[in-house]
Design a protein around this ligand. Structure first.
Ligand code: URA
Length: 233
C-alpha cells in the first residue's frame, strides 16, 4: 500500500505541488470514484488510478542522460556545493533518480541517472566492463610508451592497480582515454602517473551512448530501446 500522492508523483503526473493541485481540482479517480485525498492509501496492484480518465502506471523505469557542466558535484545533496540534482528538470526531481557513478566537480559531460537499482549496480560494476570514453587536455604530450603503459594496466602513484585502458593521443596536450572502471579521480590519477596533469576533462561516451543532441546543462530521458540496450550490456 502507498500514498496516492506519492503514487501519482512516481507515475510522472507532476511534482508534489502540482499533484496537490491536480487532486484538489478533482481530476483523479480511484476505481472510478473521484478522490481528492492525497494521503489515501492505495494498492497499485489492485486499485486503478486515473488522471482525467487516463490510467496511471506507478513507478516508471527511467534512465536520464545529462550533459554535466563544471561546478556541480555528483551527489544527491550537499550542504555547500551545487549538486547535479539541481540540474534535473523539475518534473524529474521526485522520481528517485540516482547518479550512475560519479564525475568530479570540474569534469564535464555524460552522466547517467536511473531509478532502477539493478541497472545502476550493473553499470558501475567493473566486471561489466562498460567502456567510458573521456576527452582530456593535459600538460605534456602522450607518446607510445604511455599508450603501452595504459594498455598493460597502470599502477597509480599510491600503488593502486588499474585495469587495461586505452590512451589515444590526439595532438599536442590532448588525448582520448577509455576506461572500464570508475575509481576515484581515475583518469586524472592515471594521467598524473605518466606525468601529464589533466587541465580539462569531459566524458564523451558511455556504452553506446553519446552527448549528441544534448546541450551542456541539459538532459534527456533514454528511449525504451536505449534502456534495453543498456540492459543487454
Ligand atoms: N576520472 C576522473 O579523474 N574524473 C572524473 O570525473 C571521471 C573520471
Amino acid at each position: 500500500m502507498e500514498r496516492l500522492d506519492k503514487f501519482l508523483c512516481d507515475s510522472g503526473a507532476g511534482t508534489r505541488s502540482q499533484v496537490k493541485q491536480i487532486l484538489k481540482t478533482g481530476r483523479i479517480s480511484v476505481d472510478g470514484k473521484p478522490e481528492k485525498d492525497g494521503s489515501r492509501k492505495i494498492d497499485p496492484g489492485r486499485n486503478q488510478v486515473t488522471l482525467d480518465g487516463t490510467p496511471m502506471g506507478g513507478k516508471r523505469r527511467l534512465v536520464v542522460l545529462m550533459n554535466k557542466p563544471a561546478g556541480f558535484i555528483t551527489a544527491t545533496e550537499d550542504p555547500s556545493d551545487k549538486t547535479v540534482m539541481e540540474l534535473l528538470p523539475e518534473e524529474l526531481r521526485h522520481l528517485d533518480l540516482k547518479p550512475v557513478g560519479r564525475l568530479d566537480k570540474e569534469t564535464e559531460g555524460l552522466l547517467l541517472f536511473t531509478n532502477d537499482g539493478g541497472l545502476l549496480h550493473r553499470l558501475i560494476s567493473p566486471k561489466k566492463e562498460v567502456p567510458k570514453v573521456y576527452y582530456a587536455r593535459h600538460e605534456g604530450q602522450a607518446d607510445q610508451e604511455d599508450v603501452d603503459a595504459f594498455a598493460q594496466g597502470l599502477t597509480l602513484r599510491d600503488g593502486t592497480r588499474c585495469l587495461s585502458a586505452r590512451l589515444t593521443p590526439l595532438g599536442q596536450g590532448e588525448s582520448e582515454i577509455t576506461v572500464c572502471e570508475g575509481k576515484y579521480h581515475q583518469v586524472r590519477r592515471m594521467m598524473a602517473s605518466r606525468n601529464m596533469t589533466v587541465t580539462y576533462l569531459e566524458r564523451i561516451r558511455e556504452g553506446g551512448l553519446s552527448l549528441e543532441g544534448v546541450e551542456r546543462g541539459q538532459c534527456r530521458c533514454l528511449t525504451e530501446e536505449e534502456m534495453q540496450e543498456l540492459d543487454a550490456l
